[in-house]
Design a protein around this ligand. Sequence first.
Ligand code: OGA
Ligand code: MN
Length: 296
Amino acid sequence: MEDYEKITVAPVTPCVGAVIGDVDLSTALDDQTIAEIHDVLMARHVVFFRDQAISPQQHADFARRFGPLRKAQRAAFEVLDDVSEMQVLINDRERPPNVNHYHSDGIFRTNPEFGSILYGVDVPVAGGDTIFVSLAAAYDGLSNGMKDYLEGLSAVNDFMKLHGSPAKARSWKGDNFARMDAMRQDNPPVEHPLVRVHPVTGRKHLYLSESFTTHIIGVDAEESQRVLDFLFRHVAKPEYQCRFMWRRHSMAFWDNRASLHYAVADYWPETRRMNRVTIVTDDIGASSVTTLSRQA
Ligand code: OGA
Ligand code: MN
């Protein structure tokens, strides 16, 4: 990794993830530190911090340095009372984990959120890891023939592919039904290109999720299904991944444009509690003069 002045950076695997050190997220960080963190995020798709004893307010304040936060809607996740952007993922004896699928946050939206920042409040002694995938490395790993085939194709992404499935049935119980139904109505199926050019780095990457991507537009249904099945398996190859082992007070910050993630559901009935915010737009990237964008 190139040298940074304010932070230390340790890559996790060759293509994805980096642990950032020498940062105290409970303090007001200067602009250069924020720019360096953003730079590493662009290059590695996800960055991790350890041992950050911070409040939900400090978590949200840190996230806001990168762009505006999405106001949390209580539906699939709980919402914290006193920080309206903070969602809470709680899994315990009554609520088994159910985010064990490869996805990019917001891919079912017209304007998916750029980033998500997840924080470990209470994590199991072992298990409950999160897997992250580089959709740029996965694109690079395709044959030239497949790259040519996919160029210019778009796919439909549907909130209900996942949220209408048995895995998410408990979200539709009782008074939560109306909230889930509002999410459904706010998010009709949307089209996104299958191959995109990252707006900051200029790198090409795949953009699809087995949980939400239903079909490729303009090709025969069977062909669409078989090509998507190939791609869903392709992006799940360990070569394009890293795996983050949580500890209490760890944080993960990922770029939804170029990555997938999967919450490993291997710890039930232990408790895992995480706080999360999502960032709507990448304001730093939009105005950035990062050098790595040009190198990529
Ligand atoms: C999320 C999510 C993964 C996890 O917060 O968007 O998918 O490991 N969480 O909890
Ligand atoms: Mn997610």
